[in-house]
Design a protein around this ligand. Sequence first.
Ligand code: AMP
Ligand code: ZN
Length: 114
Amino acid sequence: MDQPKCIFCSIVQGELPSKSIYSDDQCIAFNDINPVANVHVLVIPREHVTYLTETTKQHEKLLGHLMRVAAKVSEQMGTSEDGYRVSVNQGVNAGQIVDHLHLHVLGGEQLNSL
Ligand code: AMP
Ligand code: ZN
């Protein structure tokens, strides 16, 4: 039986709508549909990478790029100066629900301390 299609791959392919914030040849960034902060943007690779734990040395450049895009997005959203958080939920205990690697960029207000 066919695997259900990954929703983030559908967004990359333009089959599902999203509020685009940033796009380049390696990744895209869009508003989270269910924001938990005034600014809540997801940065995702165009390539379907499932988990941070499954990345290899080959992904090092991409991972670095995603982090730099998170910083760029934060600048673009006006949260750079006041501060922001970049996080990855990995697996069940962290509450990962979408199995396509993504960075959450959170800001625009005082965030709870970890
Ligand atoms: P997690 O897997 O827990 O790190 O989080 C997945 C995130 O994706 C959640 O914050 C969801 O609100 C968000 N999300 C799920 N579907 C969509 C969608 N179609 N467009 C934008 N954000 C989404
Ligand atoms: Zn995917």
